[in-house]
Design a binder for this molecule. Structure first.
Ligand SMILES: C[S@@+](CC[C@H](N)C(=O)[O-])C[C@H]1O[C@@H](n2cnc3c(N)ncnc32)[C@H](O)[C@@H]1O
Length: 339
């Protein structure tokens, strides 16, 4: 163990005692893993997989939720160019969007998780789901996925037969298969699929995208003002954002919102140098950033859960959290860029 790791382990022990006194419950395992990430070489063992998008049914379910909610918010459901932030293990959610008629899909991640073989497998499974007009997989199959919907029937009023006939035409599918095998690495490269990981600011030209979406991603970036400014620049005037954001502590604390009770020092140990560390920003930060850029919020579907911690337990930095923030465990936020 390096001197730094030994010092961190001692601090972790002290913080554990402090936790007990304040009744803050970072899981012991989280502290061990978080502290271990300071040991050279161990950080890369965290975040090797992202989970959901290895399943075509998950990708289908997520894309159709964004699409249905856009429809419910009175927004368009046909797009020329779409961009996704943080696709994870496969590009499946964006591929589902292409199968719904989108012309071009730009996919940006900080880590290159997806590979062509998995993307192709998911694509073939997605084609079958769309051809069958399969119902949207619901909370019985994916209990943690949000938002919940009123109906999980296939949205035949949005994805009409005429629309799907064009989108699923064999020649078009061949073109997309070719693009999945040869994804462009720059939006200037043309083609229906572009995958850039890691991505850098300025990679997408201003005013070229119709829809930017993400699923359980925006709880991670630490430069949220910068990320929102980027996304807003990519959008055409009147373009739309659709983001599902999870505000829970991703299992680091016993309580779903226990991360807001951790001092910065304790959080540095518990989250450590994991590849993906929560930014711990609450719901209102996202709404404020969108408004600051002049975007109009058209959907703010919050999941409200009783707080599992008392106000007295909140860390100094979070002492002024509103009751609404303290009890919002996730939200689907959709917003329109001014024209
Ligand atoms: C919890 S996973 C979600 C993956 C996928 N969206 C899903 O629904 O399964 C979070 C993803 O966000 C990505 N991510 C984190 N920060 C990001 C950033 N600043 N820009 C793009 N992607 C980011 C991670 O690399 C990871 O792929």
């Amino acid at each position: 163990m390096t001197t730094l790791a030994i010092a961190r382990a001692k601090i972790a022990r002290k913080e554990q005692l402090l936790c007990r006194r304040k009744q803050v419950s970072v899981k012991t395992r989280s502290l061990i893993v978080g502290t271990a990430t300071y040991i050279p070489g161990l950080r890369s063992l965290t975040g090797r997989r992202t989970g959901g998008t290895v399943s075509a049914r998950y990708c289908y379910s997520i894309w159709l939720r964004h699409l249905l909610m856009l429809h419910r918010s009175g927004q368009p459901t046909t797009f020329e160019t779409i961009a996704e932030l943080g696709p994870g293990d496969s590009l499946g959610i964006g591929l589902a969007a292409l199968l719904s008629g989108a012309q071009r899909y730009l996919s940006l991640d900080v880590v290159r998780y997806a590979d062509n073989a998995r993307n192709l497998r998911i694509f073939e499974e997605l084609i079958a789901l769309f051809r069958d007009r399969a119902p949207i997989p619901d909370e019985a199959e994916f209990p943690l996925v949000r938002p919940l919907l009123r109906s999980y029937a296939f949205p035949a009023d949005i994805l009409t037969s005429a629309r799907l006939d064009v989108a699923l035409h064999p020649k078009r599918l061949e073109l997309i298969r070719f693009a999945i095998n040869n994804p462009a690495t720059s939006p200037r490269g043309g083609g229906p699929v572009c995958y850039i990981a890691p991505w850098e600011p300025g990679v997408i030209e201003n005013g070229t995208v119709d829809l930017v979406f993400s699923q359980t991603v925006l709880e991670f970036p630490h430069d949220l003002p910068g990320i929102y400014a980027q996304m807003c620049r990519w959008l055409k005037p009147g373009g739309i954002m659709s983001h599902e954001i999870d505000f829970k502590s991703v299992g680091i604390t016993v309580e779903w919102n226990g991360h807001w009770s951790c001092s910065d020092a304790l959080w540095r140990l518990a989250a450590g140098r994991r590849r993906h560390r929560l930014n711990r920003e609450p719901h209102s930060t996202h709404i404020a950033l969108l408004r600051r850029m002049g975007c109009r919020i058209v959907c703010d579907e919050r999941v409200v859960q009783p707080s599992a911690i008392t106000r007295a337990q909140l860390a100094t930095r979070f002492r002024d959290l509103t009751d609404e923030d303290l009890t919002t465990s996730s939200a689907l936020i959709q917003a329109v860029k001014p024209t």
